[in-house]
Design a protein around this ligand. Structure first.
Ligand code: NAD
Length: 509
């Protein structure tokens, strides 16, 4: 690994070695900082409106060629992308740590997730199945066919600066679509690095003798204005947007107004229920990672914990111990488990939520700032015992705050867990079969993700990922999430000599 004196110098060296043009990194309007020290890493040159429009038009033209390439051949591009990501895993993981502040194993884990979805998409490229459907008419056949849909616009958040792109792009590209990506303005460098890695895969694909149209993929650097341009563009039939519910509230209606399709992956307010029969050792570890890991900056971070009265004191005392002893500091230093918040606004938001919790009768352990480098914001994770689910508990504060509430009746705990506007992820720690199955049943957790005896945070790429209510309803990644990137055609073929109409309708001329 590079051992240069400063993070800006090391970052620049990695970017140039991957093939990011130097001209993109200086004198621009998008300031990339590392939350580790607050230093400026680069002044990235943003795309203009004209450049963004031109990139979308190019992607549309490329789509018209790419859609006719057989899907398994499209899969070969993603196989090569997976190989290039494997080769660059260390450096891209390092960049994720530097730009988003993730501890080393999580930075590498994010790149592993990209590799995993590439493997999944390669297999998928031979499995874009449609159904054959029984028809009521003699000598007819009915079936459905899945076709590529067009340009997929991907808008991503800072906290998974590259994995979210890969969940979308790996599927969309094997499905025959073009992809235009607007990454978070807080993490432009990992996006440029990812694009450079993709360009390597594209060069190898061409060298193997395959054709790939120019402009099939693009990265647009910029803020919400460039995101809005993508959202409003009629050449972009699908918008996959990951970020806050505030962003989704703006994006969803705009896409709908032009009859586009959106995949919304928005904020969560994830909960866990700890029942009397729970394995407390396992629960402690599950809760600690889910609530404190990634400094509370995962959409699936555990934010609300409902603990049964009979195990409350035992568990919460041990949790407080874990909160007091967890190592906070530079994510690049081995042994540290909690890195920095992304910026001052995140720190201020955390302090505001803690004040509101105190005002609502909460008692707080942790939450104070540590390692106060001027522009870096490290805090101790906060555990807040609350008398009831009120005030800030109902909101997503994107920071490591865990609200803990005591319960006596499982049905009440379940009702509280569901009684928030968000519906992303949830867990139940129990060894009682009735509770576990009730939690997973139709009248159980109302979230897109419901787990038993593991925390709500994190997910494997094989399952469909996403949530309900204000989380937006979108699904990405595994299972049949690929269908959102294609259009479905129902085909009926008459191989007989008569023309029977459906439902017995007569029209004899
Ligand atoms: P954010 O909403 O501030 O920004 C996300 C992206 O949306 C950025 O690229 C931003 O430029 C863009 N954007 C903002 N306003 C826009 C608009 N009006 N039109 C088009 N684009 C716009 O979110 P953030 O602070 O980067 O990320 C944290 C949030 O993301 C949290 O709420 C977290 O829960 C959520 N998140 C959700 C998931 C999920 O899968 N459900 C995954 C990761 C993060």
């Amino acid at each position: 690994m590079h051992e240069l004196n400063t993070l800006p110098a090391e970052t620049r060296e990695i970017l140039l070695s991957l093939g990011v043009p130097a001209a993109r990194l200086d004198g621009g309007s998008v300031t990339a900082r590392t939350p580790i020290t607050g230093e400026v890493l680069a002044e990235v040159v943003a795309d203009t409106t004209d450049q963004a429009n031109a990139a979308i038009e190019r992607a549309h033209a490329a789509f018209q060629i790419w859609r006719n390439v057989p899907a398994p051949k499209r899969g070969e591009l993603i196989r090569l992308l997976g190989e290039e990501l494997r080769a660059s895993k260390d450096v891209l993981g390092r960049l994720v740590s530097v730009e988003a502040g993730k501890v080393t194993s999580e930075g590498l884990g994010e790149v592993q997730e990209m590799i995993d979805i590439c493997d999944f998409a390669v297999g998928l490229s031979r499995q874009l199945y449609g159904l054959t459907i029984a028809t009521e008419r003699a000598d007819h056949r009915m079936m459905e066919t899945w076709h590529p849909v067009g340009v997929v616009g991907v808008i991503s958040a800072f906290n998974f600066p590259v994995a979210v792109w890969s969940w979308n792009a790996a599927l969309a590209l094997v499905c025959g679509d073009a992809v235009v990506w607007k990454p978070s303005e807080k993490t432009p460098l990992t996006a440029l690095a990812t694009d450079a890695i993709l360009q390597r895969a594209i060069a190898r694909y061409r060298a193997e003798g395959h054709e790939i149209p120019e402009g099939l993929t693009a990265v647009l650097i910029g803020g919400a204005d460039i995101g809005e341009l993508l959202v409003d563009h009629t050449r972009v039939p699908v918008i996959s947007a990951t970020g806050s519910t505030r962003m989704g509230r703006a994006v969803g209606p705009r896409v709908a107004a032009r009859f586009g399709r959106s995949i919304l992956e928005l904020g969560g307010n994830n909960a866990a229920i700890v029942a009397p029969s729970a394995d407390l050792e396992l629960t402690l570890r599950g809760v600690a990672f889910a609530a404190m890991g990634t400094a509370g900056q995962r959409c699936t971070t555990l934010r609300r914990l409902f603990v049964h009265d009979s195990v409350y004191d035992a568990l919460v005392e041990r949790l407080k111990g874990a909160y007091r002893s967890v190592t906070v500091g530079s994510p690049l230093k081995e042994g540290n488990l909690v890195g920095p918040l992304i910026d001052k606004a995140a720190f201020d938001g955390m302090q505001k939520a803690l004040e509101a919790a105190r005002a609502a009768g909460g008692s707080v352990v942790g939450g104070e700032r540590v390692e106060a480098a001027q522009d870096a914001y490290y805090t101790r994770p906060a555990l807040v015992e609350m008398p009831a689910q009120t005030g800030p508990v109902l909101e997503e504060t994107f920071a490591p705050i865990l609200y803990v509430i005591r319960y006596t009746d499982f049905a009440d705990a379940l009702a509280m867990q569901n009684d928030v506007p968000q519906g992303l992820s949830s867990s139940c720690f129990t060894n009682d079969l009735r509770e576990a199955e009730t939690f997973l049943s139709a009248s159980g957790s109302d979230c897109g993700i419901a787990n038993v005896n593991i925390g709500p945070s994190g997910a494997e790429i094989g399952g469909a990922f996403g949530g309900e209510k204000e989380t937006g309803g979108g699904r990405e990644s595994g299972s049949d999430a690929w269908k959102a990137y294609m259009r479905r055609a129902t085909n009926t073929i008459n191989y007989g000599r008569s023309l029977p109409l459906a439902q017995g309708v007569k029209f004899d001329i």
